[in-house]
Design a protein around this ligand. Structure first.
Ligand code: GLU
Length: 321
């Protein structure tokens, strides 16, 4: 008895918990760079369900990843159970277009809910003289790593403005987490990123010695007509990043962050996560300022993959469907 007790003190797990532990289902949520909003969002979702670990036998953990495209692919191979993915990337994956053109429609992809809005933004050192996309010629610009969601947003914005990243400037394919430091060091002139606000990324990029500003992204009407997932948006720079060299908020376009899984993930696991987030909605909303505009209703909008049956079960019970 003393030995068992001593052991449980050491491991922090009592004999009864050990039994429950043997049945615990471990799930991992793929997010993005640690200075983005996906990473704390994965943490917020995990926190909600982990509180009821004894009841559900689910232990959720979070992984920092390259972003949306990586997350879709890892959820499809079963390396991750859940992923946070831009709404435009969810649409492309289920249709088998853009990054999924060769692989075809990702038929097992399932939507769970949508989360915060994200805007497509470009920042530049004030000393570069960049005031619009037309000033990017010959500059050094981060358009994003291949596994990211935002790389295609950058390419779309550039194309709409008649720019080809392969010819017109020095395009870098860096992970988002690396860009703010390189902007501050002067090794990058400008960088694109698609993220919710406020984010550590823009706080870091705008609060150093080098003056940095947000550049308006205009001439995007062609994108809004061509792609159903893009909407006009404004980045609230003055509110969220007072250290940026902007005295006004900037116009751009945006998407939504969404939570996805695979049809192969069991119904009870998806149900438990949805239930904990929605039953404790006010507590969830407090976990990040980017969730300010969330309502239970708008968390069911902006999804293009079929809903996972575990999510449908909860939404029906809760009268949301
Ligand atoms: N939207 C970004 C991407 O998929 C990630 C943003 C974040 O990590 O908050 O590339």
């Amino acid at each position: 008895m003393a030995l068992v007790f001593g052991l449980s003190l050491l491991t922090g797990v009592g004999p009864f918990e050990q039994k429950a532990h043997a049945k615990t289902v471990f799930v991992t949520i793929g997010t993005g760079g640690i200075t983005g909003v996906y990473y704390p969002t994965g943490g917020a979702i995990a926190k909600m369900v982990n509180k009821k670990r004894k009841e559900y036998g689910i232990r959720a953990t979070v992984e920092s990843t390259g972003g949306s495209v990586f997350n879709v692919n890892a959820v499809m191979t079963g390396d991750l159970e859940f992923g946070i993915v831009q709404s435009d990337r969810q649409y492309q994956a289920i249709k088998g277009i853009a990054n999924w053109e060769d692989k075809g429609p990702q038929k097992d992809l399932r939507a769970v809910f949508s989360i915060h809005p994200e805007t497509v933004d470009l920042i530049a050192g004030v000393d570069t003289g960049i005031n619009g996309l037309q000033d990017l010629k010959d500059k050094r610009i981060n358009i994003g790593n291949v596994g990211s969601g935002y790389r295609k947003n950058a390419i779309d914005a550039l194309l709409a403005n008649g720019l080809d990243y392969e010819k017109d400037f020095h395009a870098e394919s860096l992970k988002a987490a690396e860009a703010p430091g390189l902007i501050q060091d002067g090794r990058l002139d400008a960088a694109f990123y698609t993220v919710g606000h406020p984010s550590g990324y823009y706080k870091e990029a705008t609060s150093g010695k080098r003056k940095v500003k947000f550049i308006p992204i205009t001439n995007i009407e062609s994108l809004l007509t061509k792609y159903p997932y893009y909407a006009k948006a404004v980045t609230r720079v003055t509110e969220f990043y007072p250290a940026a060299a902007n005295d006004k908020d900037v116009p751009t376009f945006g998407v939504k962050a969404t939570f996805v899984t695979s049809i192969k993930v069991p119904e009870n696991v998806v149900y438990a996560i949805v239930k904990e987030v929605f039953d404790n909605f006010e507590a969830f909303k407090k976990l990040h300022p980017a969730y300010g505009g969330l309502t239970k209703k708008n968390m069911l909008e902006g999804l293009s993959a079929p809903l996972h049956p575990g999510a449908v079960k909860y939404y029906k019970e809760a009268g949301l469907m």
